[in-house]
Design a protein around this ligand. Structure first.
Ligand code: HAS
Ligand code: CU
Length: 544
């Protein structure tokens, strides 16, 4: 059963991991550069022209390609297993995979040729080869098609099971893909209406303020597109893995709806320092950003309560004794739990970013990469590693090659990330060290920065080793001859209480309408203002 979707899931996940491998290699190189050891000069023979080209590869491959392929692969597995039926139209999902591969190749080649050194936000007026933007568009279209395949499967299931609540795992996956459809509208307009015609020379100039605003309409919900699959595992799988139950399933469902509604109308918190956006619209989106904390706080409460049920079922007692009773010898659990702990700190640094007056001091400093390595680099990536520790064995029908190595991997990621992100946060907060800069070559870097640069270098090197441990285990798992002794099942957490959840948690309409209204309120006036004042005058620049 599920032969097609399992195979397709494996291909998506495999490709995502390959992207992370290449992208990840550049991480330690950047840390070395910051500490004054610039290896990029020796990389020139390999065609890597500059630190900035390496940074573009690092961010595009890790933050966009790894995450999207892994998420789509994970959902391709989860949706059929959760609904207990194969994808309705597997050909659509297979086509989606090929479209994404075409998009990936078209995006990657210009980056490798140094024709798209525009970093992962591709802010204009930096200009890349049109192939880069067209490739990115095709990649996004491929991910849409994958989503349509999931929606079709979901709709068929609902017709086959009238009146029944959709199983939680499929429910969360489908909402995540719906969020992705809404979010990507912003970047689709940016690329199709403005940037692609401009890069092809069909229009002479562009308006960077307009482009940035459309980018962040997409860019903030993008981070929840990364996070929600991790939440799905924390809610719907980890409780089962620790022998517990999901404390409140209705609350978990509510959290997914809240993300659908609140993820988009907050993008301007990335633009607090942009001069071209009126203050009152910044204030409104600042308010929505704080509302968006609520679903993550509910998640912390619900997930920790679910873990506690597991810890107590395993014999843990006392106020905190249940924590020790959790299965710390299981790498899948350990990786995900360490990811949660790092996310608590990443969430706090997000709170600082979102506080308007703090943002004035932190924006464009190394504090920001400190923040997002705790979120997308830890909450998300370390959770995906934890998922891979059961999912890859399941897909390959082989046992995990080396559990101890996997445990060492999770802990080294945790320690490496603490050191690196602490260094980056402190450099940004105390010294206003700029992000996206060759700090090793910067004349303004003072000797006082050195200990923090070294701390984050040590963290980055440990992360590099940890990444290699992960890949050794994945390759060891799929290439070994041993078969899994018993069939590996997807962990599915049962709810703690079986009370039916209220009907409004199972219907799309009110949530979609609320999402549309909030987007109109928060973005309607801003975009109207920007359109009214638009000046398509800026030429393109190629700096590196
Ligand atoms: Fe962010 C910038 C605000 C979450 C990613 N963010 C970025 C960028 C990225 C990013 C990539 O307001 C840089 C973009 C660029 O290149 O310019 N962020 C927030 C806020 C949150 C937040 C308010 N960010 C994320 C997530 C990301 C992510 C998630 C990726 C996955 N972020 C900002 C702002 C900026 C920004 C501004 C712009 C800065 C600037 O000036 O440029 C919140 O959603 C965070 C809420 C999270 C929590 C934590 C809850 C904790 C949980 C775990 C509990 C379990 C535990 C386990 C502790 C409140 C759920 C216990 C275990 C036991 C055993 C007991
Ligand atoms: Cu954001």
């Amino acid at each position: 059963m599920f032969k097609t979707s399992n195979k397709l899931a494996a291909w998506n996940i495999g490709l995502g991991m390959a992207a992370l491998f290449i992208g990840g290699l550049f991480g330690p190189l950047q840390k070395l550069e910051h500490a004054g050891i610039n290896l990029y000069t020796s990389l020139q023979n390999l065609g890597i022209a500059s630190y900035y080209q390496g940074l573009t590869l690092h961010a595009v491959l890790n933050a966009i390609v790894w995450t999207t392929f892994f998420i789509i692969g994970f959902f391709t597995f989860v949706i059929p297993h959760s609904l207990k039926r194969e994808l309705t139209n597997p050909k659509l999902n297979i086509a989606a995979f090929y479209i994404m591969v075409v998009g990936l190749v078209m995006t990657a080649v210009p980056i490798l040729l140094n024709l798209a050194t525009v970093l992962f936000t591709f802010y204009t007026p930096l200009m890349a080869s049109p192939f880069f933007y067209i490739g990115l568009t095709i990649f996004v279209v491929g991910s849409w098609v994958a989503g349509w395949g999931f929606f079709a499967t979901y709709i068929t299931w609902r017709k086959e099971h009238p009146g029944q609540p959709v199983p939680f795992l499929a429910f969360g996956a489908v909402i995540t893909m719906a969020l992705w459809q809404i979010a990507t509208l912003g970047v689709a307009v940016e690329l199709l209406v403005f940037v692609i015609p401009w890069s092809l020379g069909w229009i002479e100039g562009t308006d960077p303020q307009m482009n940035r605003t459309l980018l962040w309409f997409f860019g903030h919900p993008l981070v929840y597109f990364w996070l929600l699959p991790a939440y799905l595992s924390w809610y719907g799988m980890v409780p089962k893995q620790v022998g517990g139950k999901l404390f409140s399933e209705p609350m978990a469902r509510l959290v997914f709806w809240l993300f659908l509604v609140l993820s988009v109308p907050v993008g301007i918190h990335h633009q607090f320092l942009d001069p071209g956006i009126p203050q009152r619209w910044k204030l409104l989106q600042f308010g929505f950003t704080f509302a968006l904390f609520v679903p993550s706080l509910l998640t912390a409460f619900n997930v920790i309560a679910s873990l506690e049920i597991g810890g107590r079922n395993r014999g843990g007692t006392g106020l905190l004794g249940w924590i020790r009773a959790l299965p710390w010898d299981d790498p899948s659990f350990t990786a995900q739990n360490l990811a949660m702990i790092l996310f608590a700190f990443g969430g706090i640094s997000g709170l600082a970013n979102a506080s308007y007056n703090m943002n004035l001091a932190l924006h464009n400093t190394t504090w920001i990469p400190g923040h997002f390595h705790l979120t997308v680099g830890s909450a998300v990536t370390l959770t995906f590693f934890g998922i891979a520790y059961w999912l890859v064995p399941k897909l390959a029908n082989k046992p995990l090659w080396n559990r101890k190595l996997a445990l060492a991997q999770a802990w080294t990621w945790f320690i490496g990330m603490i050191l690196m992100s602490n260094g980056l946060h402190a450099l940004g907060l105390i010294f206003q060290a700029p992000r996206r800069s060759m700090l090793g070559a910067a004349p303004y870097a003072s000797g006082e920065w050195q200990p923090l640069l070294i701390e984050s270098l040590v963290g980055g090197l440990i992360l590099g080793v940890s990444g290699l441990l992960f890949y050794a285990n994945m390759i060891g798992t799929v290439t070994q001859k041993k078969q899994a002794p018993a069939p590996i099942e997807m962990p599915v957490a049962e709810p703690y209480r079986n009370d039916p959840s209220p009907a409004w948690l199972h219907t799309w309409r009110p949530w979609l309408i609320t999402a549309a209204v909030l987007i109109l309120v928060s973005y309607g006036p801003v975009l109207t203002y920007l359109f009214a004042n638009m000046e398509l005058t800026s030429p393109g620049f190629k700096l590196w």
